[in-house]
Design a protein around this ligand. Structure first.
Ligand code: GAR
Length: 188
């Protein structure tokens, strides 16, 4: 049995898709959803999906006790699915190369602090980029910096708006994130 924990801060569309993708796989268990935002719609999604939700405050999240709790959960993968806090070094060291993040742009462009969700798409459209896409990467001590696992590209049209681009990027995320997680879980 492969055990994963999914960290969320917002809407939770990726959480939903990942949970549905693995729903009929008896070898994968989503142990819990860790959430830092009491207003996140992802909480409702997790409840409907029957996944336990672990709410965290910032102090708790950065405490040695939280890392300990996660380490004791014996996870095969920690999945950041729209999670907006920096991961404490202690947690990265507990799960080296076993924490993955999805970013809605082609890193290293449009990454780093402040670049999340719609802010990324606004910046890409304003810069008239010809392409955007997604980056799935391992998490290391530096924000949006870890080794790239996969990038997928789409063209940005001249009429693109941040909203239309966001919709296209979400489709890419839905197509690639669950299958990439599966490959990481069952790599040899
Ligand atoms: C996703 O587009 C994800 O790539 C992005 O947040 C969104 C969450 O959507 N992550 C970042 O910007 C991380 N820097 P969701 O809550 O509907 O899955």
């Amino acid at each position: 049995m492969k055990r994963i924990s999914i960290f969320v801060s917002g809407n939770g569309t990726n959480l939903q898709r990942i949970a549905e993708y693995f729903a009929n796989n008896p070898d994968v268990e989503i142990v819990n959803v860790v959430c830092n935002n009491p207003k996140a719609y992802a909480i409702e999604r997790a409840k409907s999906l029957g996944i336990p939700v672990r709410m965290v405050t910032k102090a708790e999240f950065n405490s040695p006790e939280f890392t300990q709790e996660m380490a004791e959960s014996r996870l095969d993968l920690v999945v950041l699915a729209g999670f907006l806090w920096k991961i404490p070094v202690s947690l990265i060291q507990a799960y080296p190369h076993h924490i993955v993040n999805i970013h809605p742009a082609l890193l290293p462009k449009y990454g780093g602090k402040g670049f999340y969700g719609e802010h990324v798409h606004e910046a890409v459209v304003a810069a008239k980029e010809a392409f955007s896409g997604i980056t799935i990467h391992f998490v290391d001590e530096i924000y949006d910096n870890g080794e790239t696992i996969l990038q997928a590209y789409i063209p940005v049209s001249e009429k693109e708006t941040p909203d239309s681009l966001a919709a296209k990027i979400h489709q890419l995320e839905q197509a690639y994130f669950p299958v990439t997680i599966e490959q990481l879980l069952f790599r040899r």
